[in-house]
Design a protein around this ligand. Structure first.
Ligand SMILES: *[C@@H]1O[C@H](CO)[C@@H](O)[C@H](O)[C@H]1NC(C)=O
Ligand SMILES: *[C@@H]1O[C@H](CO)[C@@H](O)[C@H](O)[C@H]1NC(C)=O
Ligand SMILES: *[C@@H]1O[C@H](CO)[C@@H](O)[C@H](O)[C@H]1NC(C)=O
Ligand SMILES: *[C@@H]1O[C@H](CO)[C@@H](O)[C@H](O)[C@H]1NC(C)=O
Ligand SMILES: *[C@@H]1O[C@H](CO)[C@@H](O)[C@H](O)[C@H]1NC(C)=O
Length: 631
């Protein structure tokens, strides 16, 4: 039985009796037995430690081999017949055994962090015949830790953020270091954290490495970045322990703890009176040391006599208040305006309301500057109505313009001749009176749209144009007349009261209530009569029967047509009625030739036909033909 002498020695220091266990009956439980003085086990009882472990300190620096321990078999009677044999991890190289004495030595220095224990097997054999004296037994050489590793943080630099103005003790970050030494043995891996740089702003919890804020009211606007150095030290932080450090870069994040503030209490801006609506007068800016949306603000005009003349908007990019023109400005009326402008944080933080309202006010004075302005017409555009019967040279209307500037320069007027090519109008260059140069005719042109120019006499570049729409009003200066040329005939065998023509009339005047024509014959006529249809048409009827071409080839019938406008205009138009031979259905067969000399407006086709007929008549063949006069 192989007995571990080292264990035997340890067992000697044990207070309770220890039984010397054999390699084959090892047990790690139960009360310890007591070894005999000579190292032999007197009682067989269980012990409280792993008896079959050898312990060896790591990192041995001696020049000779490090002694590990001694194996001894109870079969060894000391007569030199027993030989000890070692097998397993490192046997023969790392660990050498003296085959006679059973002493084990380590040949190299060992690193627990590299390999913490070695499993080996030992056996006692007969030196002469190599017969095993007992079965092989396993045992372990355990490398004892020494504090040869310093704590190492998981990162060289940590980055962390924490909101400014955080309460004391606000969690920032956990840092952790690891120590490769044996945690289960001694304090070589027992770490304690401490803060080397970064006080009094931050603290670290010694056991956990939790970094917290340590100062109240830390203001990002004051100091934003902190450089914190944390140390981890083993040996529970005691003297002689090894240490490692890490850097933590802590940035305070912004909260809205600053209201906007105008750097000046009043501002002065100026603008030309001619500034267009919506144009920018100037910009004002309140400062807010916060960042991002915490610095966002909105401007408004809260008071001041100019509040309805100007607008303010917020430039989202620059956070400036942009003042623009809202209503037209006039230097001659008002030269100075004041505004009370307010800047308000868009996202105030209720926690800091004790600092005051998240807004500020400033006054803005705006001076309006004079501009040399062109003349201004009192009306734009002008509409002038004139009756068409106004004689040339008549006054029809006047325009007026004035220089709006304080100097009130005199004005002269003219008509743009490109808009009055026919030179129908004249304007008095001093007083703007417009007169006609020619008679006007509504039936020629209903509108004359001209352009009148006002020029400052002392500064000819100050020019304004105004449209003048001249409307020519109607006067009843035209009589009605036949709407067309009528080619009227009457059949020889006509009856009394036969309709031979319906006539209508036209009038180029344009009465407001429309045309109302009256028709009549200028003289009493025994042959024809007229009947007014009261709808601007009239019917011509026969008054007697029996017309004869041989008696009279054509009749001239003067028809009077009058309108009912004021003054009444009437005209007499003459209708030529030819006498023709007709068939039983009233279709014309032939007409008298003499009528055509009376007729003023026959169509060319009809004339040609008539001429043909005359030629035919002369050769006595005409009577049998019908004329295509009225298809
Ligand atoms: C930081 O460490 C502490 C203590 O170990 C732990 O309770 C906490 O949950 C950790 N916090 C975070 C955010 O990891
Ligand atoms: C941490 O802060 C230090 C000094 O404030 C700086 O030099 C370093 O670059 C920072 N580290 C990182 C990773 O930003
Ligand atoms: C404008 O002046 C002309 C010429 O002096 C004069 O005849 C006319 O009556 C004046 N018109 C008006 C409206 O004053
Ligand atoms: C003149 O102006 C009037 C009113 O604007 C318009 O109805 C008319 O068509 C214009 N005539 C000409 C010839 O431009
Ligand atoms: C009416 O007809 C008769 C017979 O043809 C003629 O003599 C007379 O002049 C005609 N009257 C008028 C007014 O044409």
């Amino acid at each position: 039985m192989i007995i571990n002498n080292l264990l035997l020695m340890l067992a000697l220091w044990c207070p309770a009796p220890v039984s010397m266990a054999t390699l084959s009956t090892q047990s790690s439980e139960g009360p310890a037995g007591t070894p005999a003085d000579d190292g032999r086990i007197l009682q067989r009882s269980k012990r409280g430690w792993m008896w079959n472990h050898f312990f060896l300190l790591e990192e041995y620096t001696g020049s000779d081999y490090q002694y590990v321990g001694k194996l001894h078999s109870d079969q060894d009677k000391g007569d030199g017949s027993v030989k000890y044999v070692l097998n397993g991890d490192g046997a023969g190289s790392l660990f050498l055994i003296d085959e006679n004495s059973g002493d084990i030595h380590a040949t190299k220095r060992l690193d627990r962090e590299e390999k913490a224990y070695y499993t080996l097997r030992a056996q006692a054999v007969n030196k002469f015949n190599n017969h095993p004296l007992e079965p092989e037994s396993e045992f372990i050489i355990k490398i004892h830790d020494i504090n040869d590793n310093e704590p190492k943080f998981s990162k060289e630099t940590y980055m962390a953020t924490v909101p400014e103005m955080s309460d004391v003790g606000t969690y920032v970050l956990n840092v952790t270091a690891a120590d490769a030494d044996d945690e289960t043995y001694g304090n070589s891996a027992k770490l304690v954290y401490s803060i080397l740089e970064g006080q009094p702003y931050f603290s670290v919890e010694p056991e956990t490495g939790t970094i917290r804020t340590a100062l109240p009211n830390m203001d990002r606007e004051n100091k934003e970045k902190y450089h914190v150095v944390i140390q981890a030290k083993d040996m529970a932080g005691q003297m002689g322990g090894l240490s490692g450090t890490t850097t933590v870069n802590i940035t305070l994040t912004d909260v809205n703890d600053s209201p906007p503030r105008f750097p000046h209490s009043s501002y002065h801006l100026s603008t030309l009176e001619s500034a267009e609506l919506g144009s920018t007068v100037g910009r004002v800016k309140a400062n807010d040391p916060d960042l991002g949306e915490n610095a966002e603000m909105q401007y408004s005009i809260v008071d001041g006599e100019g509040r309805d003349r100007f607008d303010i908007s917020t430039d989202r990019v620059t956070q400036e208040g942009v003042i623009t023109v809202r209503e037209p400005l006039d230097y001659e009326t008002k030269r100075v305006y004041t505004l009370k402008v307010e800047a308000t944080n868009t996202h105030p933080d209720g926690r800091f309301s004790y600092l005051g309202p998240f807004k500020d006010m400033a006054s803005v004075r705006i001076t309006v500057q004079d501009v040399d302005e062109p003349p201004v017409f009192s009306v734009n555009p002008y509409v002038i109505e004139v009756h068409e019967d106004k004689l040339a040279g008549s006054f029809i209307g006047a325009v007026t313009a004035q220089d709006p500037d304080l100097t009130n320069n005199p004005i002269k007027y003219s008509i743009d001749r490109h808009t009055d090519l026919d030179r129908l109008f004249n304007i008095d260059s001093n007083n703007g009176s417009i007169t006609t140069l020619q008679n006007l005719d509504r039936e020629m042109s209903k509108w004359h749209n001209v352009s009148v120019i006002a020029t400052e006499i002392s500064n000819r570049r100050q020019v304004t144009r105004v449209p003048v729409f001249i409307k020519v009003l109607d006067v009843n200066d035209n009589a009605p007349e036949f709407a067309m040329i009528y080619e009227t005939f009457v059949c020889e065998k006509v009856k009394v009261g036969q309709l031979i023509q319906t006539i209508s009339a036209v009038d180029t005047d344009d009465p407001l209530i429309g045309h109302k024509f009256a028709f009549s014959l200028s003289t009493q006529n025994p042959n024809f009569t007229i009947s007014d249809n009261e709808d601007n048409t009239a019917r011509i009827l026969t008054k007697r029967a029996g017309f004869s071409r041989r008696d009279q080839g054509a009749y001239l019938l003067p028809v009077v047509i009058s309108d009912n406008d004021y003054p009444i205009q009437s005209s007499t138009s003459t209708l030529t009625v030819r006498v023709c031979a007709c068939d039983s259905r009233g279709n014309v067969q032939s007409c008298s030739a003499e009528a055509y000399t009376l007729s003023a407006g026959l169509s060319t086709g009809a004339l040609v036909a008539i001429l043909l007929c005359v030629i035919i008549l002369l050769s006595e063949c005409c009577s049998a033909h019908s004329l295509p006069l009225f298809p």
